[in-house]
Design a protein around this ligand. Structure first.
Ligand SMILES: [Zn+2]
Length: 141
């Protein structure tokens, strides 16, 4: 359930090297370090599953509820006009990290997504993460 070669297992789940917005014993959510929009969050299982095909069913369901909670918090705290929620399976589908993850991407009227994906400063990510964390506490499902 831990893969040393996996950047999410090693850097996120093990070392905690991210700006986290949510976490419990099964699920972690953190700011994407190369966001395609400000507030771009990734939600992952703490244990290593590669994709939709092998992720544990109960973990999957718990993760989807976390996605819903975080999506509501992002809408409220960042005042988004919309959200994209995406999840890629396999290299041909643009899965870059082979550890199951769900993207939550804020969208704004007339603002195009930045596909250049420049690496953000951790301090800037932490500022947004702090806002989203506060919002998550307010969300009741
Ligand atoms: Zn992993």
């Amino acid at each position: 359930m831990y893969d040393e070669t996996c950047v999410f297992c090693r850097e996120i789940a093990n070392k905690g090297n991210a700006a986290f917005v949510y976490g419990n014993s099964n699920i972690l959510a953190f700011m994407d370090n190369a966001p395609i929009e400000e507030g771009h969050v990734l939600v992952i299982p703490r244990n290593h599953y590669e994709n939709i095909y092998d992720v544990d069913k109960d973990i999957y369901l718990e993760l989807q509820l976390a996605v819903k909670r975080i999506a509501i918090a992002i809408r409220e705290t960042l005042k988004t006009d919309g959200l994209n929620i995406g999840q890629n399976n396999g290299r041909v589908a643009n899965q870059m990290v082979m550890h199951y993850h769900v993207h939550i991407i804020p969208r704004y009227y007339r603002k195009k997504i930045n596909w250049e994906r420049e690496t953000a400063r951790i301090d800037d990510l932490e500022i947004i993460a702090t806002r989203i964390r506060a919002g998550i506490k307010e969300v009741e499902l």
